[in-house]
Design a protein around this ligand. Structure first.
Ligand SMILES: [Mn+2]
Length: 403
């Protein structure tokens, strides 16, 4: 049996046009790899798109790549991740499924309060089932109702797809991320196809492996620094192999500006400019300058020189660069906007919201859903009044369902 497993593609996630295209190319690379290796099937463990309403050009390229593997006779099995849902629970994945490009494997019935998951049986014989991921790890409550015996007693080669962080397997820097314990995963599966945590990790269990393949392309500056490239898992000859997708190398220029003046920092950056050979350059400058302010460093000029020397793309990060002329404002750096939202919500008095949530879900979860609702951008081609109606409709659903 041969398959590839990817997750967290976040297609359309980069504002920078070049990096957005690179994210797409990395996804296409993995799809072509699958065709070339004649795999039995492809697994996508959630967060295929960055938003629940992706732009038309993103959809166009994604569906083109999917149609290609489908024509080669390769099925795509997937689950939805936290980014794939609109606040009212709608997802473009349903559209892809109706067009028979993908198969969403999350299905089941409720029987006396217990959820019995169904298996999808691939023609290779693999039996696949899975659990969706929701914003704020709201899937936790679904795991608590799972009929484990029902899926654990099934025989054959079994794959469980999931989109959640696992407490025991989280990297140090993501300790605050919400998670589920490893014991929530059903036992006895041959392969656990994970997603959600943007890092690469394989852990052996008694029956098989829990695999986090990493995103197919890093999603922000920090991920580019840490991961350097995208990746996916290739399962063949009874074991999995994590493969990198490095279409462009990453060059990191990290400058500690502490106690230095701006002209010294400028020189230090200049010394590091070399032939970049089509690589992505990450320029990270941090520390407290001895005199002058960050704006005195001619960054646009420096960046231009980098492009002149063949950089594919240059990203600058100076959020931790401060001037000594002012008292530095102490801010904590957060890894994602989700984290900032969580922090703000937790600091806020939830008295009134508690009433609104009717006790069915936590006030925090309700606020998160409302924030997601308000963050929906107006899709291309939608009129302003339709957009307004849609927001109101989504809000109604959030407030009435509270699920
Ligand atoms: Mn993700």
């Amino acid at each position: 049996m041969k398959f590839i497993h990817m997750a967290d593609c976040h297609l359309g996630g980069w504002r920078d046009q070049k990096l957005s295209s690179l994210g797409m190319e990395s996804f296409e690379y993995a799809m072509h790899f699958a065709v070339e290796k004649e795999v039995d099937f492809i697994l996508i463990s959630g967060d295929l798109f960055n938003t629940s309403v992706p732009a038309i050009d993103i959809l166009k390229k994604t569906t083109f790549a999917m149609a290609l593997v489908r024509k080669a006779g390769i099925p795509i099995y997937m689950i939805c991740g936290s980014h794939d849902f609109s606040p009212s629970g709608k997802t473009i994945i349903d559209v892809l499924e109706n067009a028979e490009l993908v198969k969403n494997v999350v299905s089941g019935q409720t029987d006396e309060g217990k959820i019995k998951l169904d298996f999808v049986v691939d023609k290779s014989g693999a039996k696949i089932c899975g659990m969706l991921g929701k914003r704020g790890t709201l899937e936790k409550s679904i795991y608590e109702k799972l009929d484990y015996g029902h899926i654990e007693s099934e025989d054959g080669f079994k794959i469980f797809m999931f989109h959640s962080a696992i407490s025991e397997l989280k990297p140090e820097e993501l300790q605050k991320m919400e998670d589920i314990p490893q014991s929530y995963l059903p036992k006895g599966f041959d392969y656990y196809a994970g997603g959600h945590v943007h890092y690469r990790h394989v852990k052996k269990t008694d029956s098989g492996e829990i695999v986090f393949p990493g995103p197919t392309f890093p999603n922000n500056f920090r991920e580019l620094m840490d991961l350097k490239c995208g990746s996916f898992s290739y399962y063949h000859e009874g074991k999995c192999e994590l493969l990198n997708i490095d279409l462009h190398k990453v060059n990191i220029i990290r400058i500690d500006a502490h106690g230095k003046d701006t002209s010294f920092v400028e020189k230090e950056i200049r010394f590091r400019i070399k032939d970049f050979d089509d690589s992505i350059v990450l320029l990270k400058v941090h520390g407290t300058l001895s005199n002058g302010k960050p704006a005195d460093i001619p960054f646009s000029n420096l960046i231009e020189s980098m492009y002149d020397r063949g950089a594919f793309s240059v990203l600058k990060n100076t959020t931790e660069l401060v001037s000594s002329e002012f008292d530095p404002i102490k801010i904590k750096s957060y890894s994602s906007s989700d984290e900032v939202e969580d922090k703000l919500i937790s600091e806020h008095d939830m008295g009134n919201v508690n009433e609104l949530s009717g006790g069915k879900i936590s006030a925090e979860a309700l606020v998160k859903q409302m924030i997601t609702g308000l963050s929906m951008e107006k899709p291309e081609g939608m009129t302003k009044s339709d957009y307004e109606n849609k927001i109101v409709e989504d809000f109604d659903e959030i407030l009435n369902n509270k699920q």
